[in-house]
Structure formats: structure tokens, C-alpha cells
Design a protein around this ligand. Sequence first.
Ligand code: DI6
Ligand code: FE
Length: 409
Amino acid sequence: MAAAAADKRVWRNARLSTLAAGSPGLGIVEHGLIAAHEGRILYAGREDEAPASTLAGAESTDCEGRWITPGLIDCHTHLVFAGDRASEFEQRLEGAGYEEIAAAGGGIAATVEATRAASLDELVEASRPRLKALMAGGVTTVEIKSGYGLDIETELKMLKAAKALEESETVRIERTLLALHALPPEFRDRREDYVRLAIDSILPAAADAGLASAVDAFCEGIGFTADEVALLFEAAAAHGLRVKLHAEQLSNLHGAALAADYDALSADHLEHADEEGVAAMARAGMTAVLLPGAFYALRETQRPPVDLLRRYGVPMAVATDCNPGTSPVLSPTLMMSMACTLFGLTPEEALAGMTRAGARALGLAEECGTISPGKAADLCIWRIGRPAELCYWIGMQGPERRIVAGEDA
Ligand code: DI6
Ligand code: FE
């Protein structure tokens, strides 16, 4: 993201949904005003209570009663990849299962082949429209994982592509190394060797190049075992990288509890998580990342344990999981809608899931996700009558205006 920031700006005559911690519910402020200086929020509250000093000399925008929310945060995507998997979609419609397709060499392996074959530039340009679609939907921060390279060169190429996208688009991008995503075909009979390559070579290379801020893995029957993930997480800690985990998506390998042992930021998917896993997540202060797009596309029936997550006070983030196989999703508000309709979240929980909890899942809780003094002035201005509309419309257009670091984006 370009590092420019407007000097001093004010958005007035607005209705705010601040999501600020400590405020009840959505943190609603009627007759609200937001003031920002050099890309950071100075004041967010009632217009008639705004200190004169925050207004002096500011460029002022009349929001004409529109709603302002924090910019949306998509904390789990695989949006950098080459090729597409529409044919796999057709196969699934004819009855083939996701795990069956993967076992037959399709699925993730098909995207790996296309991603290895693409140049860095091709990869960036193939991915840009997906990023742009998410941005148009209101996303101001997005996490992008590697995981379709599964060799040093291509994993780094993917992370470099994510970096190039951040440098050329007005959006914040967090990069995550997902080397333990699938076993690459050339290691089919040498599983341990690939795990060693990921831990001893790919991880250090990504860390040394400063290309990733977190490490993820796919802990699943068709992915990697809890023991293999534990080895990876030890190495991540040694390199000073936080961890997160695809856990309990298709079965329960107790990945959530494992992730908690390594002070993970989040466990993601969680359809098959049990009370032990949720309790461990609560103790470790983790965030649960719910991905209703994958649940929908795979026509899953086991829902994540939302009641348990509520009971244990584990914050629930909602994300697109944008990927070519199980979640070809390009709309953040559609995920909020599905989080409500398919998983039973309230509209308040779904909006918190794509703002405050999304930031927490990325370790960015101090930086963004709520409209609070000191945080980045990343905002969406919506032409809606009430915040629940963000979850209610199916296929809604994005915000009327998107602000990143205090600038119209
Ligand atoms: N879980 C998912 O939903 C994606 N990766 C993962 O570990 C699927 C990725 C793909 O099918 O390409
Ligand atoms: Fe995923």
C-alpha cells in the first residue's frame, strides 16, 4: 500500500458503527464524527462533543447521514494462485467428493501445477482482479497465504506476488506461509522429506526474506498430521513467527488444541471442533475464524460449534477463504450473510467477525478493526439504513466510499 496519508480529515454528519471494545454491541454513535490526522483516528464520537482542536484546519466531508463502519478485514484467503478449478466444480456437481478429487491428483495439486508454471508477473496479474473484487466489497486489510507452490521457489514467488499487490493497491496485506498445505506430487512417497524441506528450507527462506509474518498449515487427513504440524510450529517459534491453523474442517484431529499449545493467533474452519478444543482456544486467547464459503461450496452439514465459542468467549472472525477449490468467494458481505444464515451468527457478530475479530486473528487488534482513536483510519461509508443490511443483502454492492489510512481509496 502506498504510504501517503492526508494531513487532517473529518467525516461528519454520519452514523457510526465503531465496534470499539468496551462499547455495547456495534458501538453505535448517532450524529457522529470521525477526525483523522496523518492516517490515524484522532476522535470518533458525537459531533457535538468533538473537541475544537480535532476540527481545526481539517478537510471536511459531509456524510449526509450515511453509516460508517471500520474497513472490512478478510483474515483468511488464498487469493494468489494461477489457473482455475471450474472443472472440479463440475465434477463435484456430478457427485465427486473434495477428498476423492484430491486423492486422484486433482484439487490443490492442480493449482500447484498452474502456479509453478506462472511467472511472478503472471501470478500478480492473475490475482489482482480477485483482490480488487474484495476491495470493492469493502476490504481494507486482507491476509494472503502461500501454499500452492510447495517448493522454495514457488512459495517465495507467491509471497512476493502478495507483496507486489500490496505495493500497487490501496489495501493492507498480511502474508502467511502455508508450506504444509498439501504433499507435492514429487514427494508422494517421501512424506517426511517434504515436511523436512518445509521446515528446514522453505520456512527459514521466507522468514529471512521478511516475506511472511505468520505460518499456517492444513491439519487434516488429506493434509498433515498433528505431529507434523507441531514440528513446523516449533520452527516457526524459533524464527519469531506467529502461527495459525486450518483445523477441524473435515474431521477432528484436535488441531485447535495443538494450535493453542503454540500460542496461535487463530484456528480456522472448526466445523468439527469439540469442547476441549474450544476451551483450549479460550485459554490461549485465540480467535476462531469461520469460513462459511467453504462450508457452502462443499455442501457440508456439520456446522462449527458457535454456541460453544460464545460460551467460552472465543471471538469469532468471518473470512472469505478465497481459493480456487473450496471457496471461490469474492464478496466479504456475502460471507457475513452466510455466517448468519448458515452458521447462526447474529448480524452484530458477523460484522464484528469481519472487523474487530478479523484484526485480532491477524494480531492487528491494536492497529485496525474498530473505529477508535490511535488506530488506522480505515473506514467504509455505506449507503444503508441500518448495519444489519450488510448481512441481509445477498450480492450487495460494496461501500460507497472506502478510506484507507485516511485517504479515499
Ligand atoms: N482448506 C481450504 O479450504 C483450502 N485449503 C485448505 O487447507 C482449500 C484449498 C484448495 O482446494 O485449493
Ligand atoms: Fe483456507
